[in-house]
Design a binder for this molecule. Structure first.
Ligand code: PMV
Length: 461
């Protein structure tokens, strides 16, 4: 088993972020992506010792601050293992090309509250943003009010991870906007952070579902504010995925798997399992206390062969809304009524493992077959529906395989195909709205940074 290392770095649209995946960075259509080893940057940046540090925002005339940060993150699509993952079987999600972008600026003048897309911020409408504000941008510490713009092409509430993508992009934008204090000059290491969230710290508070302000300052020597960095290099994929998972849990009444948050943050293809998968690259383990008890997930990434660029996913949206919780409850009832049916869940796990191996081998005919087999099992569990089956049937003649993706009962299906145009047309003719994506797209990116920081805490805070 390999473990995560820092780097390589990814540059997108002129900004660099640390990329905690081992192996290749996915290629993205139309986006400038390149890799290189971690550069030695910011040695010349001001620290507290040289008194070059200067906080913007809170302590300054807000009219002077014209800073802006934009970040974006992809949506996700589940290739194998939905529902069975609830019972410990592996599930695989892939980052899609469709993205959500979040742009933040400090509000000039005396604004009373935040603005989202020009409208007054309503925490009830944007629970993810509110939960992130509590963790990264606390008004009681003097953080200035923000104007947030959200844009993108991921349809909401369709099982494609739009809220996780929003949360990942917003957490990155807020982190870049406020910078980070470190307890040594070795600021690339999360161990040397004096503030922030990481899988490597004991920090249960990040998941606290109360709507209170949290403080990620560390105690003792680890909390010494020695070295301040305020640029895009302070973004950490683990921190963004952890925060996005935490705020998804807040918004969903304490229940959320980390699949969406991690796939939207890291990009590529993410495997979630209740065991450590020795063949795959380990990312981290997440634990969440849910109303039903503590759950644990081990997250991994899967290396894709170059030939993956030759196949496409066509996602077909039925437009039928079916809440995930209802679908999950339906399967739970079926298992309770007849525990023998757990064999079906185990079979999905076997199919998922076969599908993963075929993906790694670049055998896409076998991947498609496994997807179709997975669909048959999902039908048997009762989570498919006539609208999904109609789109899956329409896709079949031009695709390698097709299945529902996500919770089912409506929402989306996905087809694997080498003829995306034909498959998309067939699905549209059958009444679905389609999106086309390659497999394994870039995860979080920081796309614009101007006049940083937008706000920074004082060394003594
Ligand atoms: O519809 P989505 O994308 O939220 O996916 C739900 C996946 C399930 O396996 C059905 C539930 C879960 O928590 O994993």
């Amino acid at each position: 088993m390999s473990h995560p290392e820092t780097g390589p770095y990814v540059i997108v649209n002129g900004c660099s972020i640390s990329y905690h995946l081992t192996g290749n960075i996915p290629v993205v259509n139309g986006r400038r992506v390149q890799t290189f080893n971690a550069p030695t940057i910011h040695a010349e940046r001001p620290t507290t010792e040289n008194k070059g540090y200067e906080a913007r925002g809170a302590g300054k005339d807000k009219g002077d601050c014209m800073g802006r940060v934009s970040a974006s993150a992809p949506g996700k699509c589940i290739l194998f293992g939905e529902h069975a993952v609830v019972y410990g079987q592996p599930a695989v999600a892939v980052a899609i090309e469709q993205r959500i972008s979040v742009s933040i600026e400090t509000l000039e003048g005396k604004s009373e509250s935040w603005k989202i897309d020009g409208m007054q911020f309503d925490p009830k409408r944007h629970p993810h943003v509110q939960a992130l504000r509590n963790r990264l941008w606390q008004p009681k510490q003097g953080a200035p009010n923000l104007s947030i713009r959200i844009s993108g092409d991921i349809p909401p509430a369709s099982g494609l991870g739009s809220s996780a993508a929003l949360s990942v992009a917003a957490s990155a934008a807020l982190r870049v906007a406020r910078g980070r204090w470190h307890n040594t000059a070795e600021h690339q290491e999360s161990r040397a952070w004096s503030e922030g969230y990481s899988s490597q710290f004991e920090q249960e508070d990040v998941y606290t579902i109360e709507n209170r302000e949290l403080d990620a300052n560390r105690n003792g020597d680890a909390g010494k504010k020695v070295h301040y960095v305020s640029d895009e290099s302070v973004v950490d994929l683990d921190e963004c995925a952890l925060l996005a998972h935490a705020v998804e849990a807040v918004a969903q009444g304490g229940r959320a798997s980390p699949m969406d948050a991690s796939t939207c943050a890291h990009g590529g293809i993410v495997l979630l399992s209740d065991t450590l998968e020795s063949e795959e690259d380990y990312l981290y383990t997440r634990r969440l206390k849910m109303p039903e008890g503590e759950r644990e997930w081990h997250l991994h990434t899967i290396q894709l062969p170059k030939s993956t660029e030759e196949v496409f996913l066509v996602i077909g949206n039925t437009g039928v809304h079916a809440p995930t919780s209802q679908q999950v409850a339906k399967v739970a009832t079926a298992m309770k009524e007849n525990p023998q049916r757990m064999k079906e869940i185990e079979t999905i796990g076997i199919i998922a493992r076969r599908g993963i191996q075929s993906l790694k081998d670049g055998d896409f005919t076998a991947v498609g077959r496994a997807m179709t087999e997975n669909q048959i099992m999902l039908q048997g569990l009762g989570v498919s529906c006539p609208e999904l089956e109609n789109l899956i049937r329409a896709a079949a003649p031009t695709s390698l395989g097709a299945k529902l993706t996500g919770a089912g009962g409506g929402g989306c299906m996905v087809a694997l195909t080498t003829n995306p145009k034909q498959t998309s047309e067939a699905i549209e003719l059958a009444g679905g709205r389609t999106l086309i994506s390659r497999i394994g797209n870039v995860g979080l990116s920081v796309d614009e940074c101007k006049e940083l920081p937008l706000w920074a805490t004082e060394p003594s805070a």
